[in-house]
Design a protein. Sequence first.
Length: 95
Amino acid sequence: MAIVTITPREAKEMMVASNGKIFTVCFYKKTDGSYREMNARTGVTIGVKNTGRSFNPDDYDLLGVYDMQKHAHRMVNLRQVVGLRMEDNEYQVRI
């Protein structure tokens, strides 16, 4: 399997278009700079209170996902994403 290089914008589009399928996103945490791999999916409505967010995640280059390991909603900083695995394909994100 070859690793394909993509942009952060393409990575976001692929994660949003995953239609609820599980993917792995690799990134460096903004708070302490540690490396993290998260199994996540988009479109999960469990635990959502329908009050909406008080901010627009696009303004901060964030994407809301559901962390399958911690069973909680998380924000992925798209500026810190370095890799993406989905549907047996691996992508390297150039920053």
